[in-house]
Structures are given as structure tokens and as C-alpha cells.
Design a protein around this ligand. Structure first.
Ligand SMILES: Cc1cc2nc3c(=O)[nH]c(=O)nc-3n(C[C@H](O)[C@H](O)[C@H](O)COP(=O)(O)OP(=O)(O)OC[C@H]3O[C@@H](n4cnc5c(N)ncnc54)[C@H](O)[C@@H]3O)c2cc1C
Length: 393
């Protein structure tokens, strides 16, 4: 990696916004800014449609946004099954209810559809292209980046300048490191997760299943091609002491704790793809903007996957950031992001910290649901004040 303290030079292509990362946060921000008429470049070092380590249960906020933006029909056309039921299982006690359709599209489906929406809106979207250097002016303001294009044999580096460089580049954000964006708030809870896809599992058609046992969380998520995600989470201390070096055995033990159906599916259904682990990371907010730069999605605000809320927050914050850029008020972006996220952050500290007994968890999940509903209501209630150009988009 290089960091340059020079400007891009007079011949550099100039954009209104350059976005690093073309998954939910970056693609959505690129799409919204391009729809509003800005000249936008979105780059991602990954190939188009490349998978990533994440389950992908979408919550209401994400589904609403994808619907509003006209991306949902593509998700349905890709055969993503609508989820019309959700069940919570605590030991052997089950509560199930019907819901308005949600979806859990594979990231190999969702992410390219979102990148395509950005391109259709007029953004230039380049995959297999990495941000490899930061450009600043004499005052230290970020003025652009050096991009490293690996998409063709005549790969090369090129400087591009921009009014604003946006890091939508995930938890370990390259841009956040370049600008030394401070962590403004962090949690302490840290769960570790294991997940895999299975095909042909003999499972009840019960939509999203969230299962819990004492000291364990997990569930089943139906996704494309008749496949299901089987996943489980445990306290990080247990992961460190009893999973490392014996992941397969530990995974089967965890599935057995979470229910006979999950264990049966884990041992009898055809596994599609590897068993993957995420050792965990505490929740954190990073400073959301500075001179010439901003962060969005996991780069700016990460939380434990226990709430399955990362993609919903990524698209929410893409909308807030786009509005703030168009309205020239980035402080309001950071304020709203932090404010809307506080309820979830607080309740997740307990859930992902395994700070509960099985008797207490249903109450925490009810609080989580209420917090999500309240957040959505507050988010939607500010639509009237959106810049006209975004409302039209
Ligand atoms: C185990 C696990 C399970 C999860 N389950 C769910 C779930 O069920 N539901 C849910 O909503 N969320 C879930 N999440 C969270 C979700 O995956 C993230 O919140 C979401 O991917 C964030 O999107 P993003 O666009 O901010 O960043 P990312 O999806 O992380 O994308 C960042 C992109 O930036 C690119 N990039 C990084 N550096 C550079 C660079 N220098 N140059 C160019 N490109 C770069 C990367 O290639 C990457 O494609 C889960 C996460 C984990 C780890």
C-alpha cells in the first residue's frame, strides 16, 4: 500500500464521489448519489458476485429499502424464497408467527444486483480494482485515491480525484486506517460464529428459525436454490478453548445443543461449501467523516451478527450519508447514525455477550424486536425532510 500526500494532478479523472467497496453499503451509496446526478466511481477489489463470509437474513429495513429502490424484483426473480414465518425456539419452547415477506438472498445474488443498480443509475462500477493509495492536499484534506486495477492483463495504477472519498470497505476498512478514523464507541460483547450451507435438508418449512440453548445461539435461514444456512454462535472464550483445531466436531456439538432438527440436517444433508467460522469482533462506531472522507456500512458501524442487522444498517446508513452529502451536513449523518443505532447496540451487548439465561432471552428478543421497529419508524418518519432529489430517486 502506498499513501501519497500529493494531489491527483491535472490529468486525473475527477469524480464527485469515489466509493471504496461495492457491496450493500457502497453499492447503495453509489446508486443513490448517481440517481441524484452526481458523478460517482465505485470500486471493489473483489470480483463481481464473489461470495463473502456472512449469513444474509435481511430484516425489514433492508427489504423496504430494496423494494423502494426497485431491486427486490431481481431478488425474487433469482428464486430467493420469501420468508413468511419466523420462529423463536428456546430449548424446546417454540413461538412461531407469520410475517410480511422477508428474504435471505445469497450474497452472490444480492451484492451484484446492488452493484448493477448503481451502474444503471450512472455510477462507474469497477470490480477487481483496489484502493491502493490516498491523495491529500497540503492541508491534509483527502482529495482522491490511487486505484489498482487487476481486472485485465494491462493492469495498472491510476490516480482519481474526488470531492469526497467514501469507505464502504467493511469492518477492517482500508480508508479508516488511512485517515486514522478513531473508534468513538465500542462494546465488550463478542460472540463467535460457525456457519455452512446445506442442500436437501429434511426441515420443516418454518421460515427463519432463531434457536437458543443455554450459552448458545443459532438457527436456520432458507436461501436460494433450496439451500439452508445452518449457523451457531457461542461465547468467544468457548470458541478459543474448545473450537480451535476441532472445528467440525465443535460445530456438530453446537448443532446438537440447538436442536435435533439442526443436528440431523448437519449430519445428513449435503453440505454445500465449507464450514466457515467468524471468531467475532466487538461492536464499534468509528468517526463517520472528516475532511474529504466519510465511512459507511460496517466500516463506520459494526455490530455482532446476532441481530442479523448488518445489511439493514448498511443500506440505512447509505441513505443517510447520501442525504447528508447532498444536503452538505455530514455532522447530521453521524448524529443520526449513532442515535438510530443506540438501542440495538445496547441490547446486543447483552445478547451477543451471552449475558442471559434461557428464561431471560425471550424478553431480550422482545426488546430487540421493539428496538428494531422503533428505529424503522424513526428512520421513515424523517422522509418528509429528505432532499427532493433523493425523494425522487
Ligand atoms: C458471520 C456473519 C454473519 C452475518 N449475518 C448477517 C445476516 O444474517 N444479516 C445481515 O444483515 N448481516 C449479517 N452480517 C453482517 C453483514 O455481512 C455486514 O454488515 C455487511 O456485509 C456490511 O456491508 P458493507 O457493504 O458495509 O461491507 P462488506 O460487505 O464487508 O463489503 C466491503 C467491501 O469492501 C471491499 N474492500 C475492502 N478494502 C478494499 C480496498 N482497499 N479496495 C477496494 N475494495 C475494498 C471488500 O472487497 C468488500 O467487498 C453477518 C456478518 C458475519 C461476519
Amino acid at each position: 500500500m502506498i499513501t501519497q500526500s500529493t494531489s491527483a494532478g491535472p490529468l486525473a479523472k475527477r469524480y464527485d464521489a469515489v466509493i471504496v467497496g461495492a457491496r450493500p453499503a457502497g453499492a447503495a451509496t453509489g446508486m443513490l448519489l448517481a440517481r441524484a446526478g452526481l458523478d460517482v466511481l465505485v470500486i471493489d477489489r473483489a470480483a463481481r458476485g464473489q461470495d463473502t463470509l456472512s449469513s444474509h437474513a435481511l430484516m425489514r429495513g433492508a427489504v423496504d429499502a430494496l423494494d423502494r429502490w426497485g431491486i427486490l424484483p431481481g431478488i425474487e426473480a433469482a428464486g430467493t424464497p420469501p420468508i413468511t414465518r419466523t420462529s423463536f425456539r428456546y430449548g424446546t419452547d417454540v413461538t412461531a408467527f407469520g410475517i410480511e415477506p422477508l428474504y435471505a438472498p445469497r450474497r452472490t445474488v444480492l451484492d451484484p444486483l446492488m452493484a448493477d443498480a448503481a451502474a444503471e443509475a450512472g455510477a462507474t462500477v469497477r470490480h477487481q480494482t483496489a484502493a491502493a493509495g490516498l491523495l491529500r492536499d497540503d492541508t491534509g484534506r483527502v482529495t482522491g485515491i490511487v486505484v489498482d486495477d487487476a481486472s485485465s492483463s494491462d493492469r495498472g495504477r491510476e490516480a482519481v480525484s474526488a470531492e469526497i472519498v467514501i469507505g464502504a470497505d467493511g469492518l477492517r476498512s482500508w480508508l479508516a486506517r488511512q485517515v486514522a478514523a478513531p473508534v468513538t464507541r465500542s462494546g465488550t460483547a463478542c460472540a463467535s460464529w460457525m456457519m455452512t450451507y446445506v442442500e436437501g435438508a429434511d426441515l420443516a418449512d418454518d421460515g427463519y428459525l432463531w434457536a437458543a440453548a443455554e450459552g448458545a445461539l443459532g438457527g436456520i435461514i432458507p436461501t436460494n436454490n433450496g439451500r439452508h444456512i445452518l449457523f451457531g454462535g457461542i461465547p468467544r472464550e468457548r470458541f478459543v478453548t474448545s473450537v480451535r483445531g476441532r472445528v467440525e466436531e465443535a460445530y456438530l456439538e453446537l448443532m446438537a445443543e440447538l436442536g435435533d432438527d439442526m443436528y440431523e440436517a448437519a449430519i445428513t444433508a449435503r453440505r454445500v461449501g465449507p464450514l466457515r467460522t467468524f471468531p467475532g469482533h466487538v461492536a464499534q462506531f468509528r468517526q463517520a467523516f472528516g475532511p474529504g472522507w466519510a465511512l459507511v456500512g460496517d466500516a463506520g458501524y459494526f455490530k455482532d451478527p446476532a441481530a442479523a442487522h448488518g445489511i439493514s444498517d448498511a443500506v440505512r446508513d447509505a441513505e443517510l450519508l447520501s442525504e447528508a452529502i447532498l444536503g452538505g451536513d455530514l455532522e447530521n449523518y453521524e448524529r443520526l447514525r449513532d442515535d438510530l443505532s443506540t438501542g440495538l447496540f445496547t441490547i446486543l451487548e447483552r445478547i451477543a455477550g451471552f449475558d442471559w439465561t434461557l428464561d431471560e432471552l425471550p424478553g431480550l428478543h422482545r426488546t430487540l424486536s421493539r428496538v428494531m421497529r422503533d428505529e424503522l419508524t424513526r428512520f421513515e418518519s424523517r422522509h418528509e425532510s429528505r432532499p427532493a432529489v433523493l425523494a425522487a430517486a
